[in-house]
Each structure stands twice: as structure tokens, then as C-alpha cells.
Design a protein around this ligand. Structure first.
Ligand code: MG
Ligand code: MG
Length: 265
């Protein structure tokens, strides 16, 4: 924690009970919550184009979730007023949907959660609206790949630090920087459970990964420096230097057979 007082959807910002291990039955419910959030975010990105407002994108995610009989996980949580966090360009996380109109070339992150039978999923994707640039394409590819590297390290016997280090090791050669003040987290009946899952740090440290542990792994990568700043709305986190930022997230179960991505359709 960095001393900022506003709750953050990308961190486990609460006093930590022990990490919980989920049963096979619980994992099945979380898999359904993961399927629905992936479906909802895909629907919204299907409508992403110049001229759409972030509120319209948010409405699409909410309707998709409700059409599946599930509940938005973020709406009302810590007072957040929408279904999805929508963060554009230099915004890193926790952007509030509203009247903002998407412009051609905007780097748009949708971060969304779903609750099924009391269990949460958490998922984020970044995509460019319309024409991109080599830099934006590389940032998106690098961030997505770093998440894949982190997922590969989410195996029994490894430690949280092995995930953190796998993510960071993929990004640093590019001279991009990892956001440090917001991190991934355990997830289950609560959106944010222990342990915290940083996107930086040495391998071999932290909690040992055991079957049944479920983690939201979520690299946030900045083109410029790692430092962040919160806007006056008390939610939106931006890069301090105003440079672009990108975010991908999956909810991942550690199983005897290796990592299992729960947030896939
Ligand atoms: Mg998260
Ligand atoms: Mg998220």
C-alpha cells in the first residue's frame, strides 16, 4: 500500500486474512463468472469505434452480464459507480464511464468483474480504437505477452514472486516500466483477497502457490515512468508523466495440472 486512502480495484486494499483455497465445485462457479465477464467485455469491444461514449460501452457490459443471469462485480463496490472501469490512453486503471467520446487511435482498457453465486471474476483487456501506431501495437502485445508469462509461472510449488518476476522480465527489456502502486490479487468470495500479486520483484519469494488458489494476474505497463497520480474524481489513476499505459488481466486458478485461465469464453 502506498498510503493513498481511496480503495483501488486493482489491489487487495484490505487487511488480509489468509489466502483461501477453492474446492473443485467453487472453481466451477468461478469459471462461469469468468466466462460471463469475458463474454461481456468482448461484446463491448465489438462496439468500440470512434464516437461511442464510455457510458455506452459500460451499458453493453452490464446488459451482457445481466442477460447471462449474473451480477456486475464492480458496481457499488467501494462506491464505484459503474459496471466496468474504462481507462483511456494515459489512464491506467479505474476510469469512470461517462460522457467521454472515444477518439480514433485511443488506447482503451475495459476492466470488469462478474459475480455468480457469490464468487467473483476479474478481467481486463486493452485495445486500440481504429488506426493504431507501432508503439501502441507493441505496448499492447508486450503487456498481453507479459500476462501470458505470468500465467505460465502460476504453478504449484512456485511462489508469487515467480509470477511477478516472469511478468517484469518480459517487459523491462523494452524499456517500458511496470506500475508498482497497483497490483494483482487473490480472488474468490471477495474481489480482493490475499495474496497481493505485484508485477515486479525477485523470483522465489512470497506465498507458495498451491492447488485451489485463484489469482487475478494483471500487468499494468507504462511507456514512460512507473509513477502514478490520481485524478480529482478520486478513482481514475493516470501516469504521472502523461505517457500511455496498458493493462491486461486474467483470473487464473492454480491446479495440479498447472494454471487454468477462468476468464475465457
Ligand atoms: Mg483485479
Ligand atoms: Mg480488474
Amino acid at each position: 500500500m502506498n498510503g493513498k486512502s481511496t480503495p483501488r480495484l486493482a489491489t487487495s486494499g484490505k487487511p488480509a486474512p489468509a489466502a483461501t483455497l477453492k474446492t473443485a465445485a467453487e472453481l466451477e462457479v468461478m469459471r462461469e463468472a469468468g466466462r460471463i465477464v469475458a463474454f461481456a467485455v468482448r461484446k463491448a469491444f465489438g462496439a468500440l469505434e470512434q464516437g461511442i461514449t464510455t457510458r455506452e460501452l459500460d451499458d453493453i457490459t452490464r446488459r451482457a452480464i445481466e442477460s447471462e443471469g449474473a451480477k456486475p462485480g464492480f458496481l457499488g463496490l467501494y462506491g464505484f459507480p459503474a459496471t466496468a472501469c474504462i481507462s483511456i490512453n494515459e489512464e491506467i486503471v479505474h476510469g469512470i464511464p461517462g460522457d467521454r467520446v472515444v477518439q480514433a487511435g485511443d488506447l482503451v482498457t475495459l476492466d470488469c468483474g462478474v459475480i455468480v453465486d457469490g464468487y467473483n471474476s476479474d478481467y481486463a483487456v486493452t485495445q486500440v480504437a481504429g488506426p493504431s501506431t507501432a508503439l501502441k501495437d507493441d505496448l499492447v502485445d508486450t503487456t498481453r505477452e507479459s500476462l501470458e508469462k505470468g500465467i505460465e509461472a502460476a504453478r504449484p510449488g512456485n511462489r508469487v514472486g515467480d509470477i511477478s518476476n516472469a511478468v517484469e522480465s518480459h517487459v523491462l527489456p523494452k524499456s517500458y516500466e511496470m506500475v508498482r502502486e497497483y497490483v494483482g490479487h487473490g480472488i474468490g468470495k471477495n474481489l480482493h483477497e490475499p495474496p497481493q500479486v505485484p508485477n515486479f520483484g525477485p523470483a522465489g519469494q512470497g506465498l507458495e502457490l498451491r492447488p485451489g488458489l485463484v489469482l487475478a494476474i494483471e500487468p499494468m505497463v507504462n511507456v514512460g515512468k512507473w509513477r502514478t497520480r490520481m485524478l480529482d474524481d478520486g478513482w481514475t489513476v493516470v501516469t504521472e508523466d502523461g505517457a500511455l499505459s496498458c493493462h491486461f488481466e486474467h483470473t487464473v486458478a492454480i491446479t495440479e495440472d498447472g494454471p487454468k485461465v477462468l476468464t475465457a469464453e
